[in-house]
Design a binder for this molecule. Structure first.
Ligand SMILES: [Zn+2]
Length: 142
């Protein structure tokens, strides 16, 4: 599912089952788009959430995963010794640390939309670092 945030262009009901309230026009909205492909057809489903509802739902989803299945253990690569990959890994670690630092600032000032935006950016780094070795424990929400 593709997820992004934007200002809501028209009033819509929140896709979170526990909410269902209207997301007002000009308020921040988290948009989700789910594409399913079959033989010769593509079906797209769209979702709209209040940023807070999206976060609640995301955490409900994460918490629904049994602890032992949260991080794949088998097939995990050891930290690479290839110089280019090591360099890439270090760059990713620095980027993640920088994002975490900025996110903390936004958390303090209560800018939920920015916090979310950065969370998405952080999530996107996970598949990248997986290519260079194990995902650092601190990177995993929970
Ligand atoms: Zn909602």
């Amino acid at each position: 599912m593709d997820i992004w945030v934007r200002w809501n262009r028209q009033a819509k009901s929140c896709s979170y089952e526990g909410c269902g309230e209207v997301i007002a026009k000009n308020h921040p909205v988290v948009v989700g788009r789910l594409k399913r492909r079959g033989g010769g057809w593509i079906r797209t489903r769209q979702f709209w959430w209040h940023p807070g509802c999206w976060l609640i739902q995301a955490m409900e989803h994460l918490n629904s995963i049994p602890e032992e299945e949260r991080i794949p253990k088998r097939g995990r690569k050891p930290v690479t010794l290839d110089p280019d990959e090591r360099k890439a890994r270090l760059a990713l670690l620095r980027r993640h640390a920088y994002l975490t630092y900025r996110q903390r600032d936004y958390t303090r000032s209560g800018d939920l939309e920015k916090v979310l935006e950065i969370e998405i950016m952080k999530q996107e780094l996970i598949p990248l670092i997986e290519r260079t070795g194990p995902v650092p424990k601190r990177w995993v929400v929970g």
